[in-house]
Design a protein around this ligand. Structure first.
Ligand SMILES: [Zn+2]
Length: 65
């Protein structure tokens, strides 16, 4: 799957029963669920996923270091 904006390869993310794709190269985010709000804010999805992963990463790092 390629990014429609920069043709880079997209990252697929899923959280529970919701999934989306984001582009790590240009921060494009596609939200193919009916959760899309009228505020054109694709960044909020990425932020939410980042927060989710950071939470887990921080906890794992803390135990290892
Ligand atoms: Zn892109």
């Amino acid at each position: 799957m390629e990014c429609p904006r920069c043709q880079g390869s997209l990252e697929e993310l899923s959280l529970g029963d919701v999934s989306t794709v984001t582009c790590p190269h240009c921060s494009f985010a596609d939200v193919p669920v009916d959760h899309v709000s009228e505020n054109d804010e694709p960044e909020s999805w990425r932020d939410a996923f980042n927060r989710f992963y950071e939470d887990n990463t921080v906890r794992e790092d803390a135990t290892e270091h």
